[in-house]
Write a protein that binds this ligand. Structure first.
Ligand SMILES: Nc1nc2c(c(=O)[nH]1)N[C@H]1C(S)=C(S)[C@@H](COP(=O)(O)OP(=O)(O)OC[C@H]3O[C@@H](n4cnc5c(N)ncnc54)[C@H](O)[C@@H]3O)O[C@H]1N2
Ligand code: MOO
Length: 565
């Protein structure tokens, strides 16, 4: 079946000959994009302004969202030969294009779990309750699934008080209030002279310093006690405390020192010096007691710096959630080339650092044998806040997740989500405060489950606020599933005419990682699809936040623990 690869030669980038697709731009990202989609476009990271809704088509009214090809005028820079245009091979090969053979994975396909548990149609007798001590819920819409996952946490783990450095990546449990005014004294913003009143000024030497040579002046860290008299000046360094009586600071490059014949030194300024110039007044940034950040803010390196400046030695913050990853599947290899029906584990190497990037403490993934007893023991023994399993969510002969959850008496909170890929994902409550997220085994389906269920759950466990929805217009149309939401890898591109846009990437089949590996985000495509120019919600991939929070991936997957392969 077509697993989402573009048309033309199977496995070649869409809209390009094989050679074109592999042209190198010299830029790693453009090369990656070219490998995925054909010749690349410059990469543009969204800046602060990009966090707001950008609506390049908004002025064209409803046509942008509903009116066929209305937004595309002749001469549109995307039309001829653009790798993302409607005529691009991307479109007919889309897994949800009518008549696409991939549709056999769709909702009408025989044996599709979602059909068994999804919303009832006119003749549908409704979901059949699964056997076991607890009824299992029907598949839920994608937005609802995220909401349920977020609300599954009734009480995040108790906050801990620790030295500043160890609070990195935790979440503020209470607002950060200033313990001092900032700056805590009137401060010189420049190297130069503190002056009192209008010039020229008589240059003071601090007590006990020789008259000859440049006056040492007031340095940062000093606490001047002498009052600066009107008509006097004294050298001062950036960050030094302004002496009382001073009215301004004159920058060193703006003043001239002369030594008149009568003795002493005089300081001249070519321009009048306005009162307050280059003085940072006490309390300019905050007053003691001001709220600097709300509870729920992530403790980033910048937050640590602010907290230190504001007088904190310790922070009280909610700990990073602890997750464990169990990789299921006897077919998985941890090294070398796929052989004899066995394939490489793509999920252990991906999920653990992905969780680190989300600010989650996660040891190396454990590979468990496809054996119900092994899974039962591992789940029963785990003390993690969240256990993440991969594979075994469907109803194959070695899909043990559902029966094991029943055996453990776990409450299945979400059993299937109306999203492609990844619809067999699940969320279960193992015990009060402990959850399991079951990710489907297909690698992009696992990413979908991670973003749909694990990320909101972990965000709530960390006591963090959910990020506000982020919407960007699509650079090309995307087919929709008839009933389910789709998550499609996209890369940002900067459009001369329309600004930031999200370009859908090829190789988005459930078993493929090639698209997501080149992506900036996953676009949330509503049932029925989206046209070019439609603004779609994006789930940004967490790399910048994760890497800046300073975690490195742990040791590689441990394959040797007892009871495991
Ligand atoms: N009768 C049905 N069969 C399937 C359905 C269904 O609704 N009814 N859904 C399909 C969908 S959609 C998905 S997704 C998968 C989910 O299957 P499981 O979660 O049970 O996963 P597995 O069967 O173990 O594996 C599926 C696929 O992924 C490969 N895999 C598994 N783990 C890894 C890994 N760590 N690294 C790389 N690849 C992995 C595995 O070899 C399989 O090819 O079920 C469908 N079937
Ligand atoms: O399409 Mo499955 O949902 O491959 O995850």
């Amino acid at each position: 079946m077509n697993d989402g690869q573009p048309g033309g030669t199977r496995g070649e980038p869409a809209g390009a000959t094989p050679d074109e697709g592999r042209a190198r731009s010299g830029d790693a990202f453009d090369d990656a994009l070219a490998l995925v989609n054909g010749p690349g476009q410059p990469r543009v990271r969204p800046g602060a302004e990009a966090a707001t809704v950008r609506a390049p088509y908004a002025a064209r009214g409803a046509a942008a969202g509903e009116g066929g090809d209305a937004p595309y005028t002749p001469g549109d820079p995307y039309t001829p030969g653009d790798p993302y245009t409607p005529g691009d091979p991307y479109t007919p090969d889309d897994p949800f294009a009518p008549g696409d053979p991939f549709a056999s994975d769709g909702p009408g396909a025989p044996g599709n779990r979602s059909d068994a548990t999804g919303p009832a149609g006119a003749d549908d007798p409704g979901p059949t309750p699964a056997p076991g001590p607890r009824p299992t819920p029907a598949a839920v819409p994608w937005h609802l699934a995220r909401d349920i996952a977020r609300r599954a946490v009734t009480e995040p783990p108790a906050p801990l008080t620790s030295a500043l450095g160890t609070a990195l990546g935790r979440t503020l449990a209470a607002p950060l209030t200033a313990l001092t005014d900032l700056p805590s004294f009137d401060t010189s913003a420049m190297d130069g002279w503190a002056v009192a009143g209008p010039g020229p000024w008589r240059l003071d030497h601090p007590a006990d310093t020789p008259e000859a040579g440049p006056p040492p002046g007031i340095l940062a860290g000093h606490a001047p006690t002498d009052v600066l008299l009107d008509g006097h000046a004294i050298a001062i360094a950036t960050g030094a405390r302004i002496p009382s009586g001073a009215t301004a600071v004159l920058r060193s490059e703006h003043g001239e020192v002369r030594a008149p014949s009568g003795g002493g030194r005089r300081l001249y300024a070519p321009q009048p010096v306005p009162p307050g110039q280059d003085i940072r007044p006490r309390g300019q940034e905050c007053r003691r007691g001001d709220q600097l950040l709300p509870a729920g803010a992530l403790v980033t390196p910048a937050v640590l710096g602010l907290a230190a400046a504001a007088g904190y030695d310790e922070l009280t913050a909610r700990p990073r959630p602890r997750a464990e990853v169990f990789v299921l599947g006897d077919e998985l290899l941890d090294h070398g080339l796929p052989q004899e029906g066995r394939i490489r584990d793509a999920l252990g190497p991906m999920l653990v650092p992905w969780l680190h990037a989300l600010g989650v403490e996660t040891p190396a993934a454990r590979h468990l044998a496809d054996d119900a007893d092994t899974l039962y023991a591992a789940l029963a023994d785990s003390t993690a806040d969240v256990v993440i399993t991969t594979g075994g969510t469907a109803s194959g002969p070695v899909d043990h997740v559902h029966p094991t959850l029943r055996g453990l008496g776990a409450e299945v909170v979400v059993d299937g989500v109306e999203v492609r890929p990844g619809h067999p994902m699940l969320l279960a409550r193992l015990a009060p405060g402990r959850h399991l997220v079951g990710l489907p085994g297909n690698p992009l389906a696992a990413v979908s489950g991670l973003c749909t269920l694990a990320e909101p759950l972990l965000c709530a466990l960390a006591g963090r606020r959910p990020a506000p929805p982020y919407r960007v217009p699509l650079a090309a149309p995307v087919h929709g599933h008839p009933h389910d939401t789709r998550l499609v890898p996209v890369a940002y591109r900067d459009d001369e005419r329309y600004g930031l846009m999200a370009a859908p990437l090829h190789f988005h089949g459930p078993a493929m990682l090639r698209g997501i590996a080149a992506a900036d985000a996953l676009a949330v495509v509503p049932p029925g699809g989206a046209k070019r120019g439609n603004e779609l919600e994006l789930l940004e991939l967490p790399w910048p936040a994760g890497w800046s929070a300073g975690w490195a991936p742990d040791a590689p997957t441990d394959w040797s623990a007892s009871g495991e392969l």
